[in-house]
Write a protein of this length. Structure first.
Length: 333
């Protein structure tokens, strides 16, 4: 059966939900159908379902419908224990998505742009390794939505089953490899120079392809790392910093991003806060800040936020002077 495409982040609360698999369910002890578990199963990739059935000692062959049916709780199992297990799993999954989008919002990406980037990162981030003259990518563990996003990015056919999309991607890999200028040039040189020329061409192509597909992934990891570092620069412990990051994600509402995104001045201040100890704030650089960011930055440093913009800049400039020993006054940074 064909299930509707699931967005990785629910942009529209009124979007159509996955159809109920009630007729495939086994009854629980109280005779009620466990709709929550079934709904969660329908959002998982085929390989995820197969692994779940394998871990639980169930049959893990067959199609999606059979896997969903096989994975459902039987009358011998305690329904609430299974629910707790999958609620925890789902919570962790969604938390990772939200944190990734939070970093995008901090960097200025909002709404559909952030969601599209998450889909793209999930798809492009699964390059397992590149060996010799063959690209080895672990496409099987991608969610069907992630495969859809990757095919869309590369301009490939993305209709049909998961296996069809994987086949299209593998064919693309092959054509990209053998169709490259470097590879063709290496084939011409091979007769004269032997395998070193082929190896060199493949190395060149490998570096180019890896850079193309991994650049944005690296940007994400950098954003994630810098966001936590910047929060910890305010002398927040790791767990406290994580709460701050999560609070950004909680404020993201794609149905109305304009009204619900976190305060931009506050985000700007968070990003600037960690730079003061390392570089200081000069009157010139501070003058480029919005007055709201200046006040938020002073709030982070437990300083007064009253006064005009020049007075706020002078107050921030005083922090730098104190750190450089220009004045005897000690500020807490």
């Amino acid at each position: 059966m064909t299930l509707p495409k699931r967005t990785l982040l629910e942009a529209d609360p009124n979007a159509p939900r996955a159809p109920s698999q009630a007729k495939y369910l086994k009854r629980t002890n109280d005779g009620k159908e466990n709709e929550e578990i079934v709904e969660w199963y329908t959002t998982l990739g085929t390989e995820d379902l197969r692994e779940l059935c394998k871990v639980r000692g169930r049959l893990y062959g067959g199609n999606r419908v059979q896997l969903i049916e096989e994975g459902n709780p039987s009358v011998e199992e305690k329904d609430h224990q299974l629910l707790e297990k999958y609620r925890a799993w789902k919570e962790e999954f969604e938390q990772k998505r939200s944190e990734t989008v939070a970093k995008l919002v901090v960097e200025g990406a909002t709404g559909d742009l952030a969601q599209e980037s998450v889909n793209r990162m999930a798809a492009e981030g699964h390059i397992e390794s590149i060996k010799k003259d063959t690209y080895k990518r672990n496409y099987n563990d991608l969610h069907v939505d992630e495969l859809f996003a990757l095919c869309n990015i590369l301009g490939l056919k993305h209709a049909g089953l998961k296996a069809d999309m994987i086949a299209s991607l593998q064919e693309y890999d092959h054509s990209l490899r053998v169709g490259s200028v470097e590879y063709k040039e290496a084939q011409k040189m091979h007769a004269m120079e032997g395998s070193p020329a082929v190896k060199r061409a493949i190395d060149i192509e490998t570096a180019s392809l890896t850079s193309k597909l991994c650049h944005e992934r690296n940007v994400f990891e950098d954003i994630k790392a810098r966001t936590l570092i910047q929060l910890e620069a305010k002398e927040l412990a790791t767990q406290q910093a994580k709460v701050q990051v999560d609070s950004i994600a909680d404020l993201i509402e794609f149905t109305s991003p304009k009204d619900t995104l976190p305060n931009s001045d506050r985000i700007g201040a968070w990003l600037l806060a960690s730079k003061i100890p390392a570089h200081g704030v000069t009157a010139t650089s501070a003058s480029t800040l919005h007055v709201g960011e200046l006040r938020e930055l002073l709030t982070l440093k437990n300083l007064s936020t009253d006064g005009t913009k020049p007075e706020l800049i002078e107050r921030l400039h005083g922090i730098e002077e104190a750190m450089n020993g220009s004045t005897p006054v000690a500020f807490e940074v």
